[in-house]
Ligand binder design. Structure first.
Ligand SMILES: [Zn+2]
Length: 183
């Protein structure tokens, strides 16, 4: 292909790649794989991944953790000159926080038609009655973001099934044996 993309360290593609790396870390920690970064003036000032299980805190979504970090980095609760990159469309809780801190722009990977609050199920980021609206860019590296989530949930379903089948079932061990190749 002649239109091979040039690596641009300030591109949405690049920053979503950083968010994806964090989502993989969530996956490895057996958390729902969502990652987020906050960018200000072309620099990443916050990186986080979903830690709901680890922290036993339903509010510990990647976006919430990244927002707190970014506020610390900026030294203010206002993040108007910042962009949030997140692998999955923000939920209503995170979208509420995003509006409160006044992000100028939100970039996400995969949409969530059931629970997304950036245009999927509802749109809190551009809600006419609220005092702040964010620009939204959707579908950046969407396939990679989606396949992480799909992989995670299908693995979890398989594990639950194996657990239900009990110790006599060979499916759990077969999965283990099939993994191999770890260094
Ligand atoms: Zn959320």
């Amino acid at each position: 292909m002649s239109d091979e993309p040039i690596i641009d360290l300030h591109s949405d593609h690049y920053f979503m790649g950083e968010a994806l790396r964090l989502a993989v870390r969530a996956y490895e920690a057996e958390e729902i794989p969502v990652g987020a970064v906050v960018v200000r003036g072309g620099r990443i000032i916050a990186r986080a991944f979903n830690q709901v299980e680890l922290l036993k805190d339903a509010t510990a979504h990647a976006e919430m953790l990244a927002i707190t970090q970014a506020e610390e980095a900026v030294g203010d609760w206002r993040l108007n000159d910042c962009t949030l990159y997140v692998t999955k469309e923000p939920c209503p809780m995170c979208a509420g926080a995003i509006v409160h801190v006044r992000f100028s722009r939100v970039v996400f990977g995969v949409s969530d038609a059931k629970g997304g609050a950036a245009g999927g199920a509802l749109n809190l980021l551009q809600f006419p009655g609220l005092n702040h609206q964010c620009d939204i860019t959707r579908s950046v590296r969407e396939e990679e973001c989606r396949s992480l989530l799909i992989g995670f949930f299908s693995e979890r379903r398989a594990a639950n099934k194996a657990a239900k089948a009990g110790p006599d079932s060979d499916s759990g061990q077969a999965a283990q044996a099939g993994a191999g190749g770890e260094d």
